[in-house]
Design a protein around this ligand. Structure first.
Ligand SMILES: Cc1ncc(C[n+]2csc(CCOP(=O)(O)OP(=O)(O)O)c2C)c(N)n1
Ligand SMILES: [Mg+2]
Length: 350
């Protein structure tokens, strides 16, 4: 599938800056954007049908962020995403879909042996490097800053990229982490997925400034407001910030503006916004905007989109059907697999 191709590109992302991308690369990016949208759609569908346990905080609307981040950093860089983007980023890093579905369904064949499920998707496996999110809002930033410190102390060339919502970004932990990272010039990129609402709290009720990115001035590193509905804009901004971090110049704060198209979680009655708000936001749907840009270049038409979508749906259905036949974990393995000694992520050992 398209996600596979993306993960096999090696250490360096393709042509930089985005104006240098070939037609073929642009089309691959669209293919991937389409795949993760259909993956998000399918998650909502099976959750609604009662097939997927737990809760679901869909990433619908955040796909350009996931795509731009994955292609803005190197394949070897570390990422810590959110409940909105981690699932899609796992797809884009080429984790087999069957393994992802099995995790979503709580099966023993899942990427985390079915223990984390859909909402805490991610992996400490060194071949993936998309860490699961910590459900305590803001704490990803603290943990990721510790990872960046380890990378710096060990003189490693990878960088750390951490994502959080704009709601999470006002937590005290984030400020402490940013001050420390600013002083030490740590190799980290802080990305805020600003979808203008934190559950039911609007952005303007939470912060007295117009942007999140202007806070960076307090930490002594650059901040940038980026169109989070444009995968190429995200990719370019992330690439520059990662290059800066890799060169030892320290962190960057990127504010990626977008909108979520469905409730905070599936089942949210959404009394805090109107249908009209969502309809207006959907005019900036990243999938549609990117398709239109490629149509203008005569790279894409309705027929190709329909064919691609049908292919993705078939692949998603096949892998889901396989995962549905996979076994549930054996309760006897519950404790041994929860506590494992002597094994740490990132190649460290006790
Ligand atoms: C410390 C903490 N407080 C509250 C929650 C419950 N909670 C989970 S997601 C969420 C809203 C997060 O908003 P934002 O950070 O903007 O991310 P978004 O869901 O909008 O992508 C809340 C309040 C939590 N997980 N952790
Ligand atoms: Mg938000």
């Amino acid at each position: 599938v398209a996600g596979r191709a993306a993960s096999d590109r090696g250490a360096q992302p393709p042509g930089w800056p985005s104006e240098q991308l070939s037609n073929e690369e642009l089309l691959t990016l669209y293919r991937e954007l389409n795949l993760i949208r259909r993956f998000n759609d399918k998650q909502i569908e099976i959750f609604g049908a009662g097939i997927m346990p737990g809760s679901l905080h869909p990433g619908l609307g955040h796909e350009a962020i996931a795509l731009g981040v994955i292609h803005g950093v190197r394949r070897t860089d570390y990422i810590n995403g959110t409940h909105r983007t981690n699932n899609a980023m796992m797809v884009l890093r080429g984790v087999p879909l069957r393994q992802l579905w099995a995790e979503c369904l709580g099966r023993d064949t899942g990427i985390n042996r079915g223990r984390r499920g859909v909402d805490l998707m991610g992996s400490f496996d060194d071949s993936v490097r998309v860490f699961p999110q910590n459900p305590v809002l803001g704490h990803n930033a603290g943990i990721a800053t510790g990872v960046a410190l380890a990378l710096q102390l060990d003189k490693r060339e990878e960088v750390m990229l951490v994502l959080m919502g704009e709601g999470a970004s006002v937590a005290g932990t984030v400020w402490e982490a940013c001050f420390f990272a600013g002083v030490r010039k740590l190799p980290i990129v802080y990305c805020v997925e600003n979808n203008l609402v934190a559950y039911s709290t609007p952005f303007e009720a939470m912060t007295p400034t117009e942007t999140v990115s202007e806070r960076a001035a307090a930490f002594g590193f650059p901040g940038q407001l980026v169109d989070g509905n444009d995968p190429l804009a995200v990719m370019d901004a992330v690439h520059s910030a990662a290059a800066r971090a890799r060169a030892g110049k320290g962190p960057t704060l990127l504010e990626l503006r977008t909108y979520r198209f469905v409730g905070h979680f599936i089942g949210d009655p959404e009394v805090y916004r109107t249908r009209e708000d969502v309809r207006r936001a959907r005019q900036q749907d990243p999938l549609v905007l990117f398709a239109n840009a490629l149509r203008k270049r005569r790279l894409l038409d309705d027929e190709l989109i329909a064919r691609m979508t049908a292919e993705h749906d078939a692949v998603l259905k096949e892998s889901l059907d396989q995962a549905l036949n996979d076994p549930f974990p054996n309760p006897d393995n519950c404790l041994p697999l929860t506590y494992q000694s002597g094994v740490y992520p990132m190649g460290y050992s006790s």
